[in-house]
Design a protein around this ligand. Structure first.
Ligand code: FAD
Length: 418
């Protein structure tokens, strides 16, 4: 793999851009691999990269039923932050944030990580108390969090409706300045290219349709391109965790729900910070292309439809306009959805499964993009050694049997209602 650099760009400019290598190969599946990762999203690809890079396991395949990054990785609103409430979560997500900060250099691929700040707005005294408590917990863990006054919020985003008559009055906020956004496709492409360079086979259009289990141990997978043997198999399929685990007869405490995102026509820079609301679950940011990206609630009933309800669009748009009235002048150009895998405590599962050699990475709810590098790093360690990374130890599947759930109140509204 040739390195991307300013010099290579210049050479390309002077020679008609003809010298670029393929970013990754398009290999035929081999008869068997040491490790198969099912799912070519950011998490699956980063897992394969760290398996090869950190653990020296290079006889690895990532099997993707469609195209890499075509799942939730390419459908999310790209918010990256580590300001969660529970220590298990903020420590884990902050480890991931550290990897985001160096990702473009590490992968030699510009993932456009943009630490523009991730700000929660407080709309009441109780919102502000909760934000202050969360900020205190974060600072005790050495993670940046600043409580903001109304005036500070207004200075950061002058277009917010700060009037006393506002539908959602703004009392203040909390910002994590190291948080922000990243280019979602680039994350999948960057990990795929770097993993491929280390010998990993990234195989697209290859759906896993069965798991081969012999004597209580996984031996391989059935796919639309034939059977492939494997020493270990890692499931990493986001919204499809339930159906894929069911191939091994395992029922997970995960429910699939549809979550949508929306984008307006592009405009000049008007919102420099990611805005989220503590009580509304409405989130707004401006993409580097200029579109205003909006997200809201999931449909809140189980579905694999990948087609969300119009009332969610209406709610997200109404809330965004109430917060930033100037948005009412923009045309919405696109909406799309993804199937999220909602765990019942709002926290991820990075775990062994009751079949030897079979592992699960899932249950990321609507917040797993920000975990991508940390998730891959930790899952690679579990797949390579059989033991969890210390930061991922609280996220074993057995927590639901032990009553040791990680109930997160900082992910969005009311995961406990599911
Ligand atoms: C609308 C929306 C907005 C979101 N916003 C944010 C946000 O702002 N910030 C944040 O942190 N998170 C956000 N999320 C959540 C985030 O997108 C996900 O948690 C994360 O991208 C999951 O990554 P992944 O690699 O696990 O899954 P995916 O990217 O979905 O990858 C899984 C892959 O597995 C493949 N697959 C499935 N079944 C099989 C099979 N049988 N065989 C082979 N391949 C299979 C799929 O095709 C898919 O490509 C959002 C999600 C949605 C839907």
């Amino acid at each position: 793999m040739s390195r991307y650099s300013a010099l290579a760009l210049l050479r390309g400019a002077l020679t008609g851009q003809k010298h670029w290598d393929r970013a990754w190969r398009d290999p035929e599946p081999k008869a068997s691999y040491d490790v198969i990762v099912i799912g070519g999203g950011g998490h699956g690809l980063s897992t394969a990269y760290y398996l090869a890079k950190v653990h020296g396991i290079r006889n690895v395949a990532v099997l993707e039923k469609g195209w890499i990054g075509g799942g939730n990785t390419g459908r999310n609103t790209t918010i990256v932050r580590s300001n969660y409430r529970q220590p298990a979560l903020h420590n884990f997500f902050d480890f991931a944030l550290g990897l985001w900060e160096g990702m473009s250099d590490e992968l030699n691929f510009n993932v456009m990580f943009s630490p523009r700040g991730a700000m929660f707005l407080g709309h009441s005294d109780s919102d502000m108390t909760s934000l202050a408590q969360r900020g205190d917990a974060l600072r005790c863990a050495g993670i940046d969090a600043e409580l903001l006054t109304r005036a500070q919020v207004q200075k950061l985003v002058p277009l917010l409706d700060m009037s006393p008559a506002a539908r959602f009055p703004i009392y203040g906020g909390m910002i994590q300045r190291r948080g922000g956004t990243a280019r979602h496709d680039a994350v999948a492409w960057g990990y795929a290219r770097a993993a491929d360079a280390l010998g990993v086979d990234v195989i697209q259009n290859c759906e896993v349709t069965g798991l081969t289990i012999a004597g209580g141990r996984v031996a391989g997978v059935e796919t639309t391109r034939g059977a492939i043997g494997a020493g270990r198999v890692g499931i990493c399929v986001a919204g499809n965790s339930g159906p894929v685990a069911a191939l091994a007869g395992i029922k997970l405490p995960i429910e699939a729900q549809t979550l949508q995102a929306f984008v307006t026509e592009p405009v000049k820079p008007m919102i420099d910070t990611v805005i989220m609301s503590q009580s509304l679950h409405c989130y707004i940011s401006q993409s580097d292309k200029g579109g205003i990206v909006l997200g809201g609630d999931p449909d809140q009933f189980p579905s694999y439809a990948q087609r969300g309800l119009p009332n969610r669009l209406e709610k997200a748009a109404a809330e965004a306009i109430a917060l930033v009235p100037a948005l009412s002048r923009l045309r919405m150009v696109r909406c799309w959805s993804g199937t999220t895998d909602m765990s019942f405590d709002g926290s991820p599962i990075i775990s062994t499964l009751p079949v030897d050699g079979l592992y699960l990475n899932g249950g990321w709810c609507y917040g797993g993009f920000k975990a991508t590098p940390g998730s891959g790093f930790a899952y690679a360690q579990l797949l390579a050694t059989g033991a969890p990374h210390p930061l991922a130890a609280p996220f074993g599947l057995d927590r639901f049997a032990r009553g040791a759930t990680v109930d997160e109140a900082g992910v969005g509204p009311m995961p406990q209602l599911r």
